[in-house]
Write a protein that binds this ligand. Sequence first.
Ligand SMILES: Cc1cc2nc3c(=O)[nH]c(=O)nc-3n(C[C@H](O)[C@H](O)[C@H](O)COP(=O)(O)O)c2cc1C
Ligand code: SF4
Length: 447
Amino acid sequence: MTSLALSAYRAPELRLPRLLAGVSYYHPTGLAEHEELYGPLPLPAVSPRQGRTWRPQPRRLIEVIERSGLTGRGGAGFPTGRKMRSVAARPGRAIVVANGAESEPASCKDRLLLTRAPHLVLDGITLAAYAVGAEEAHLVVHGQETGLIDGLENAVCDREALGVDPVPIEITGIPARYVSSEQSSIVQYLNGGPAKPTFSPPRPHERGVKGRPTLVNNVETLAHLALIARYGDGWFRGVGPPAEPGSALVTVSGAVNRPGVYEIEMGTPIGHVVTLAGGPSERLQAVLVGGYFGAWLPADLAWPVPMTHAGLRAMGGAMGAGMVIALPITSCVLAETARVVSYLAEESAAQCGPCMFGLPALADALIELAYCGGRGGDVKAIATLVPLIESRGACRHPDGATQLVRSALTTFAADARRHDQHGPCHGVSRAPLLPVPADEERAWDWT
Ligand SMILES: Cc1cc2nc3c(=O)[nH]c(=O)nc-3n(C[C@H](O)[C@H](O)[C@H](O)COP(=O)(O)O)c2cc1C
Ligand code: SF4
């Protein structure tokens, strides 16, 4: 274990909450309150008011992050320290991009952090910039969210007035589209282009913003980094399983009594996560785990499954950005899936075949099965389309959508057969459960 804790600010004894320890649901934590809670940024002193004694080397900070086992909280779960090391190793001054766009309609953990604990994220950006030797940093959110942008700009101004961040942090609003927050879309947008994914390689860590090595991290990942830099890798590993340690924010919604954002130990069983959210508000048939690139699991099988990348992969699912949506028995899983796939089809950048032709055809076939059916042939049509779409796009968008469809057809094979043979069930007339942004919340262009 390596502790980086400053002597005056000992690692908190409490195990959880960690990221949400200082969060008030009523107002953002200001800079003074933030420093009272966590102590100043553990960096070499940058202004006379910060008489610090500890001087971490950037290399040492990366080693600590590697030892902590922190993985990205934006979806793919890539090891954060390894990503930082590869950016730091590239020639040329690096750039740091914090991804706070949170395009998943069912997730609000990043918004909670950005609105209630902005300085934790801003500390993480500054520490990441220090570790990889960056001289430029961006925090990216959806451009429509003007209130959020104003709040973040105020937080950055407060820090500028006190000289907290050696590297300036610029807030940028990107178009509110599902694929605009994929990392290559953000890089292309910051380079002056449309916010659409680009073919890789080169990946952002090789050639990103301005052609420089670019570290893209989710804002929750950076908030964890801010705590690990203060309290050490051993502290971070104090919760969660050794292979996927630490805590994570999850957004729980659907048929639960207290929907919201919860901080859990990695590895917490899904059933316990639902209990944290007040338990089911109705009898459940399934849970959707991992968001719209995730998978449906039958409620009884899902209950003991640990919330880890490995645990959910073993069930054919995905951790994604940590969403759990509880589906009651009165809903129709096929209608819910059809609506989401229609939304994903509309949200594609329509620049690769599987998105231009495959996703709209898949959405139409699912709508037929869910709302019409009774002709015997829709399930076969869907099963034929799925492999034609997979592994052919420039980004994971089409594969994410097909994973959701595969899980619906496998987990609810009997329901799909019933729709196919006898027509829709009663659930199709129930109000939709899975959130899809309203037209006025969506951007319809890419610039
Ligand atoms: C279609 C698509 C949308 C994405 N949207 C987000 C997002 O809203 N927020 C996010 O942090 N990562 C998103 N990602 C993942 C990012 O591309 C990138 O992997 C992530 O920001 C890296 O941060 P991490 O390593 O800290 O997880 C998305 C990926 C895809 C394929
Ligand atoms: S796969 Fe789809 S979303 Fe991804 S780049 Fe191609 S067209 Fe765009």
